[in-house]
Ligand binder design. Structure first.
Ligand code: 1Q0
Length: 216
C-alpha cells in the first residue's frame, strides 16, 4: 500500500464530494455522489488485486449511473429526487425481477451503492473508534456483517470474508488518510462518518417514501 502523497486516493476529496453533493433543499447531486465513489474505488484499487473484484463491481454501478447522467434524459438524473420522480413516472423502476439482458434502472443501481455506503459508514466508524490494537480485518468484517451482508448471497459473503483477511494493518490504513497518529485519525474518520450519514439519511428517506428499499 502506497502512502497518501504517492497514491491518488485522498479521503479529503472523497469527503468534499460527499459534502458538496448535499443541496440546500436536502437533495443529493448525482454527479458529486459519483465523484465521491470514484475516490473510494481508487482507494480499493490501491489495496491490491484482492479488492479489484469489489472495486470493479462498484465501478460498474457508477458507470451505469454516469451513463444515465450523460444520456438523452440526463437532466432528469441531476439529483436523487429528480431521478426517482422521472423513473417512477416513466415506469422504468423495475419493482419486479427483470430479464438479465435488461439495462438496470438508475434507482436500483443507486440502491446498491446506497447500501454499500452504510457499510462504509460503519467501517470508518469502527476504524475511528478503535484503540489502536484492533485488527482492520475484524473491524471490516464486523461492519459488513451488520450491514451489506444482509443484501448478499451466501457465495458473495464467503468471497467478502476472504477479502477482508487481505486488509493492511491499521497504521497502513492511517497513512491513506494522511495521518500519522491515532488521535488525528480518529478526528478525520469520525468527521467523514458524519458527512456520510447525512448523505445516507437523505437517500434513505427518498427511497422509504417511495417503497423502493427492496428493488430487485
Ligand atoms: C476496503 C475494504 C473493502 C471491503 C468491501 C466490502 C464489500 C464486500 C462485498 C462486495 C462483493 C461485491 C460482489 C458483487 C455484489 C453484487 O451482487 C451486489 C449487488 O449488485 P447486483 O447488481 O448483483 O444486485 N453489489 C453490491 O453490493 C455493490 C458493492 C460495492 C462494494 C463497495 C464497498 C465500498 C467499500 C469501501 C471501503 C473503503 C474503505 C476506505 C477506508 C479509508 C480510510 C482508511
Amino acid at each position: 500500500l502506497k502512502n497518501c502523497k504517492q497514491h491518488e486516493f485522498q479521503i479529503g476529496r472523497m469527503v468534499e464530494a460527499f459534502r458538496f453533493c448535499v443541496t440546500e433543499k436536502k437533495d443529493i447531486l448525482l454527479e458529486e455522489y459519483l465523484t465521491a465513489w470514484r475516490q473510494l474505488i481508487k482507494f480499493m484499487d490501491a489495496l491490491g488485486a484482492v479488492f479489484t473484484f469489489i472495486s470493479s463491481e462498484a465501478m460498474t454501478k457508477v458507470n451505469i449511473l454516469q451513463g444515465y447522467l450523460n444520456g438523452e434524459h440526463g437532466k432528469h438524473y441531476r439529483t436523487v429526487t429528480s431521478m426517482v420522480k422521472y423513473e417512477l413516472e416513466n415506469e422504468v423502476v423495475n419493482f419486479k425481477e427483470l430479464p438479465p439482458n435488461h439495462v438496470p434502472s438508475g434507482c436500483r443501481t443507486l440502491l446498491r451503492l446506497h447500501r454499500a455506503l452504510k457499510f462504509l459508514e460503519v467501517f470508518l466508524y469502527n476504524l475511528g473508534m478503535s484503540v489502536g490494537r484492533d485488527k482492520t480485518s475484524e473491524m471490516c468484517a464486523d461492519a459488513y456483517r451488520k450491514t451489506l451482508s444482509h443484501h448478499h448471497s451466501w457465495l458473495i459473503r464467503q468471497v467478502a470474508e476472504v477479502a477482508f483477511l487481505a486488509l493492511p494493518p491499521l497504521e497502513d490504513m492511517y497513512k491513506v488518510v494522511c495521518v500519522s497518529h491515532h488521535k488525528e485519525a480518529k478526528i478525520v474518520l469520525l468527521t467523514t462518518v458524519d458527512d456520510i450519514v447525512k448523505v445516507y439519511n437523505i437517500t434513505q428517506e427518498v427511497y422509504t417514501e417511495h417503497g423502493m428499499l427492496d428493488l430487485p
